[in-house]
Design a protein around this ligand. Structure first.
Ligand SMILES: Cc1ncc(COP(=O)(O)O)c(C=O)c1O
Length: 362
């Protein structure tokens, strides 16, 4: 019976069979859970705004397809970002766009360079698409090793280099001058995933987009804009690159509701900016408190999360915090991060609950 059932496996790509299904360890969402494990924004949209958006959506036809590519959202983004509409692709989260980029670029044996440790998805996409992964480790202080990235790219000639800045899970950024050096000294397509850029005081790579037709920038509404649950991401690139990337893209992935909420949030700059400021303050609060703890090593971060290491086994500390209803992330299996945990900045109440729980078990 089992062998019969499994006979389909010969048709599944070996590269897929080797993969693991993505899952996030933790507990179901509840009002008691202090959830600091997925770098989300701790604040939902204001109640009144949610009601207004839902009421509006009630009157829209649900039986009709949305635009193939969401025209109104693209126009709003174009105004907000000050780039032509032809420079933008919106999608059901920036993760989807990373797959789109992979579909356009990665085939069997295509070389893709990533600095590591970094966001798990890049490696997964390279593997699914049978590409060849070239990893360049971060420096011991977890900063980008720009010289080695350039040297390796000149030797290996990857089609694609993926830079996550600020980088997850390390929290550090690559300077725009260094992104430009990589662009100028290699001929690879460079993706800069800026999912966390709003929490950084460093400029976006978008400031140099007009100079480089090999540059692609990924942005998301999932973090600073509080919309992880509605799934909106977008990319910026020059129109010629956008034309190519649109070809393999899955059509209709931005639903009407998410698009209208994203458009609304682009008009709520004060609300979004205020929340970003709060989160940055809370990141500083967490950093100060963690660095004052005996036996804790914590790294500075340009993002909305921090990584830290204690003398305790990471998985044990994680479980202990979970028993206090505090959920953070074990990142100890990433290269160079043995013993490390990651916590994102929540509300002051949530951060205090985490710090209290942590102190109890140190
Ligand atoms: C590096 C990085 N890119 C992108 C995302 C978010 O992607 P999405 O826009 O699909 O929510 C995350 C979220 O965890 C991330 O850490």
């Amino acid at each position: 019976m089992t062998t019969q059932k499994m006979s389909f496996l010969k048709h599944i790509k070996p590269s897929v069979q080797k993969l693991e299904t993505y899952n996030v360890k933790g507990k179901p969402l509840s009002s008691e859970l202090i959830k600091l494990n997925q770098n989300e924004n701790p604040f939902d949209l204001p109640e009144e705004l949610k009601r207004e958006l839902v009421e509006d959506f009630y009157h829209q036809p649900w039986n009709r397809y949305p635009d193939v590519f969401p025209t109104h959202l693209l126009e709003a983004l174009s105004k907000d970002r000050n780039v032509p509409v032809e420079s933008i692709i919106a999608a059901n989260g920036s993760n989807e766009l990373m797959y789109t980029i992979g579909l356009a670029i990665i085939g069997k044996g295509t070389k893709v360079l990533i600095p590591t440790p970094t966001f798990f998805l890049y490696e997964k996409i390279v593997n699914v698409m049978d590409g060849e992964l070239i990893e360049v480790p971060m420096k011991p202080d977890l900063s980008f090793d720009v010289e080695t990235i350039i040297r390796t790219a000149q030797k290996e000639k990857p089609a694609l280099i993926i830079l996550n800045s600020p980088n997850s899970p390390t929290g550090q950024s690559i300077l725009i001058a260094d992104v430009e050096r990589i662009l100028n000294e290699t001929d690879s397509i460079i993706v800069v995933d800026e999912a966390y850029i709003e929490f950084s005081d460093k400029p976006s790579a978008a400031t140099v987009l007009s100079k480089y037709d090999r540059l692609i920038i990924l942005r998301t509404f999932s973090k600073a804009f509080s919309l992880a649950g509605l799934r909106i991401g977008y990319l910026l690139a020059q129109p010629a690159m956008v034309s190519e990337l649109l070809k393999p893209k899955i059509p209709f992935t931005v639903n009407n509701f998410s698009a209208s909420v994203a458009i609304k949030l682009l008009q709520k700059n004060d609300l979004v900016t205020e929340r970003i400021r709060y989160i940055i303050q809370q990141r500083a609060y967490l950093y100060k408190n963690l660095s004052e703890q005996n036996g804790i090593t914590v790294f500075r971060s340009d993002s909305n999360f921090l990584i830290f290491k204690s003398k305790n086994e990471a998985s044990v500390l994680l479980e202990r915090l979970l028993s206090e209803n505090v959920l953070i992330r074990d990142v100890s299996s990433y290269p160079m991060l043995k013993g490390f945990l990651r916590v994102n900045a929540g509300t002051e109440f949530e951060n205090n609950a985490f710090l209290t729980g942590l102190k109890k078990y140190l």
